[in-house]
Design a protein around this ligand. Structure first.
Ligand code: NAD
Ligand code: MLT
Length: 311
C-alpha cells in the first residue's frame, strides 16, 4: 500500500480515482501547522498540495518514503525543488488544467478595474448613488501589455483582442511565429512597460521575476497606467506599487495574489484604487477538477513505476 497525503483542499471528484485505487491509502489533512506537517510527512509515499502548504527543505528532509510531490496547479514556488531533487523525489504539476479559469478571472479583473465595479457596488451598498465618482475607461483601442505570454497570457490575449484592445507582449521565449498567430505585437520589456495602458504579469515567480516590476519600472510607465497581478505575489514590488498609486502614477491595480498570503495589514488594501480577490484565479469547479485529476494520474503512474508527463 502507498500512502498519499493531501494537505490542501482538493476537488473530491478530482481525487475519486486515486481514492478508490486498491494499492493506495489517501489521507487528507488540511490546515496543518508546520510541526504537524513534519510529523505527517514521515511515512507518506506521495504528497499532494495546492499553494498553501509550504514544502520546505526540512519537510522534505523528514520524509522517509516520499517519491513524489504533486502540485495541483501551475506554480511550484511553494516547493523546494532543489531539496526534493537532491533526495530523488519527483515534483509534478498540472500545467494546463486551470489556464482558462485564470485567464477568465484576469479578464474579469481587467473589466472591473476599468469600470470601478467593486468600488461602485460597495458605494451603492452604503446607500450612495454616486455616478460621478465611478467614471471608467473603455478597453476598446487601449494597449494591454502582457508580461509572460505562456498559457494564461495567451488565453488572455485572445480575450483582449475580442474587446478590440491592442495587445503587446514581452516574453523572452516568445517566437515571432507564435506572436503573429496570436495577433500580438512582440516587444522588449522597456517597450511593454512604456506603452501599456494596462499592464498584466503572467510569469512564474522565480529569482529572475522577483520584483520584476519595481520602482524603476513604475517610473517608465504611462501616467495613469493600470496594473494587474493574477500570477504570483512578489513579481510586482508591493511597496513600489503602493507608492506609485499614492503619487498618482498608477491609477488603479487589480490583485489576486500577494507576497504573503493571506495578506495581513497590507497597505495596498487600504487604497480605494486597488481591487482584490483572495487568490481565486483557479477557483472554479472545472479547474479544480482538472488539476486534481491530472496530478492524481501522475501520482498513480509514478508510484506504480509507469511513465508520467509533467515533472
Ligand atoms: P506558463 O509556463 O505557460 O507561462 C509562463 C510564461 O512566462 C512563459 O511563456 C515564460 O516564457 C514566461 N516567462 C518566464 N520568465 C519570464 C520573464 N522573466 N519575463 C517575461 N516572461 C517570462 O504558465 P501559465 O500557466 O501561463 O501560468 C503563469 C503563472 O501564473 C504561474 O507560474 C502561476 O504562478 C500563476 N498562476 C496563478 C493562478 C491564480 O490562481 N492566480 C492560477 C494559475 C497560475
Ligand atoms: C497555480 O499556480 O496554479 C495557482 O496558484 C492556482 C491555485 O492553486 O490556486
Amino acid at each position: 500500500m502507498y500512502k498519499v497525503l493531501i494537505t490542501d483542499p482538493l476537488s473530491d471528484l478530482g481525487i475519486e480515482k486515486i481514492s478508490q485505487a486498491e494499492d493506495i491509502e489517501v489521507v487528507r489533512k488540511t490546515g496543518l501547522t508546520h510541526d504537524e506537517l513534519l510529523l505527517a510527512i514521515e511515512d507518506a509515499d506521495a504528497l499532494m498540495v495546492r499553494s498553501q502548504t509550504k514544502v520546505t527543505a526540512d519537510v522534505i528532509e523528514k520524509a522517509k518514503r516520499l517519491k513524489v510531490i504533486a502540485r495541483a496547479g501551475v506554480g511550484v514556488d511553494n516547493i523546494d525543488i532543489a531539496a526534493a531533487t537532491q533526495k530523488g523525489i519527483i515534483v509534478v504539476n498540472a500545467p494546463d488544467g486551470n489556464t482558462i479559469s485564470t485567464a477568465e478571472h484576469t479578464f474579469a479583473m481587467l473589466i472591473s478595474l476599468a469600470r470601478n465595479i467593486p468600488q461602485a457596488y460597495h458605494s451603492l451598498l452604503q446607500g450612495e448613488w454616486n455616478r460621478k465618482a465611478f467614471v471608467g475607461t473603455e478597453l476598446n483601442q487601449k494597449t494591454l501589455s502582457i508580461i509572460g505570454l505562456g498559457r494564461i497570457g495567451s488565453e488572455l490575449a485572445k480575450r483582449a483582442k475580442a474587446f478590440r484592445m491592442n495587445v503587446i507582449a514581452y516574453d523572452p521565449y516568445l517566437s515571432d511565429d507564435r506572436a503573429e498567430k496570436l495577433g500580438v505585437k512582440k516587444a522588449d520589456l522597456e517597450e511593454a512597460i512604456a506603452q501599456g495602458d494596462f499592464i498584466t504579469v503572467h510569469t512564474p515567480l522565480t529569482k529572475e521575476t522577483k520584483h520584476l516590476i519595481d520602482r524603476n519600472m513604475f517610473a517608465k510607465m504611462k501616467d495613469g497606467v493600470r496594473i494587474l497581478n493574477c500570477a504570483r505575489g512578489g513579481i510586482i514590488d508591493e511597496q513600489a506599487l503602493y507608492d506609485a498609486i499614492q503619487e498618482g502614477k498608477v491609477s488603479g491595480a487589480a490583485l489576486d495574489v500577494f507576497e504573503s498570503e493571506p495578506p495581513r495589514d497590507q497597505p495596498l488594501l487600504t487604497l480605494p484604487q486597488v481591487i482584490a480577490t483572495p487568490h481565486l484565479g483557479a477557483s472554479t469547479v472545472e479547474a479544480q477538477e482538472n488539476v486534481a485529476i491530472d496530478v492524481s494520474e501522475e501520482v498513480l503512474h509514478i508510484l506504480r513505476g509507469e511513465p508520467f508527463k509533467n515533472a
